[in-house]
Design a protein around this ligand. Structure first.
Ligand code: UDP
Length: 357
């Protein structure tokens, strides 16, 4: 089968690393990068380090409003689909690249395979929710990361074409977590290497809700700055200036700002951190896989499966709330494995084979 895969953003590269490795054992794959994330440390580093094949096409679409971005991608992807005429399109997650590719393919009557389908927040206020719902309903095959996501799709009448395969991010996490952390390549904002303290907290924060103004980010940093070990905070490029300004203005000496790190470094920071504070969907799951306690700073739950026994707790962007949640103890039940066994990519290929796509 000729499968055309479309990726565009950091979490999709991480998923595609596991996906492409398996797909290429059984099928011909054409890889399209929409260009949504384009900095070396948000894109190229993942292709290099994770062995993701070079994209066959790069549309170079980034920036602009959601509509502008989606529209440009739709046009570019349609042209590629017409030229390549694949047997199926495969997309991951919930970005504008996912939506644009799904829409372009379905109108050309090309079957759509959607990986990480069925996650629901229950509000259309969240742009990713719109992308998820639409793509799930366009798809011929939906691959869910959890039973809860599969249940959501069954309730929406999509049960017959939806399967729970586990979280493909877990495949990638295990692949890198098992390798030694030989040469961390973590740079500060002046391109100097960062030496990693023996004990540290790991934080990421990039969502609009926490970074659109000074206040939420300052509250999060205030909490972290008061902890008993430094915090390593790789900053998303769009928050670089604000993060630097806040740390300097408040004289937060216990915060180590770094450029975004590659996946192997992120996995090993996760494994070795005392605790993790994040607003990232992916990182909270990785904290869970590593058995490291996490505090998720947002107003809503993204992965309800992780919110058990204080393993992951929701906190407001308020330093007192974050510190209170960090002070709690987690309990780990090692039999509880809601994200599957780390073989999601294999299961996806088996189902494609069995159903004929
Ligand atoms: N990540 C990374 N380098 C960083 C920060 C995060 O490799 O500097 C990884 C992290 O381990 C997780 C993924 O990027 O797997 C999360 O991506 P992001 O926060 O951009 O998106 P979200 O998870 O919110 O969709």
């Amino acid at each position: 089968m000729k499968i055309l895969t479309v990726v565009g953003a950091r979490p999709q590269f991480i998923k595609a690393a596991a996906g492409s490795r398996e797909i290429r054992k059984h099928h011909q794959e054409i890889l399209v990068h929409t260009g949504q994330h384009f900095d070396d440390n948000m894109s190229a580093v993942f292709f290099r380090e994770m062995g993701i094949p070079e994209p066959d096409y790069n549309l170079g679409v980034s920036g602009g409003s959601h509509a502008q971005m989606t529209a440009k991608m739709l046009i570019g992807i349609e042209e590629i689909l017409q030229k390549e005429n694949p047997d199926a399109l495969l997309v991951y997650g919930d970005t504008n690249s996912t939506l644009a590719a799904g829409l372009a393919a379905v109108k050309l009557r090309i079957p759509v395979f959607h990986v990480e389908a069925g996650n629901r927040l229950g509000t259309l206020d969240n742009p990713e929710e719109v992308n998820r719902i639409t793509t799930d309903h366009l798809a011929t095959l939906n691959f869910c990361a959890t039973e809860d996501a599969l249940d959501k799709l069954k309730k929406e009448g999509l049960g017959e074409r939806s399967y729970c395969v586990g979280n493909i991010m877990y495949d990638s996490f295990l692949y890198f977590a098992d390798k030694p952390w030989d040469e961390p390549h973590i740079l500060d904002f002046n391109n100097n290497p960062v030496s990693i303290p023996n004990e540290f907290y790991y934080m990421t924060c990039h969502r609009q809700e926490n970074t659109y103004s000074n206040e939420p980010l300052t509250e999060i940093l205030l909490a972290m700055n008061g902890l008993d070990a430094p915090t390593i905070y790789p900053v998303h490029p769009r928050n670089h200036d604000r993060a630097e300004r806040m740390v300097n203005r408040e004289n937060f000496k216990n915060i180590i700002l770094t450029q975004p790190v590659g996946y192997s470094d992120s996995v090993h920071l996760t494994k070795h951190a005392k605790k993790i504070v994040t607003d990232s969907g992916g990182l909270q799951c990785e904290a869970f896989y590593a058995g490291v306690q996490c505090v998720f700073v947002l107003d809503y739950v993204v992965w309800p499966e992780t919110m058990v026994d204080n393993r992951n707790q929701l906190a407001k962007a308020d330093h007192k709330d974050i510190l209170e949640k960090l002070s709690k103890k987690q309990v780990i039940n090692s039999d509880y494995k809601p994200f599957g066994d780390g073989h999601a990519a294999e299961k996806i290929c088996e189902i494609i084979e069995k159903t004929g796509g």
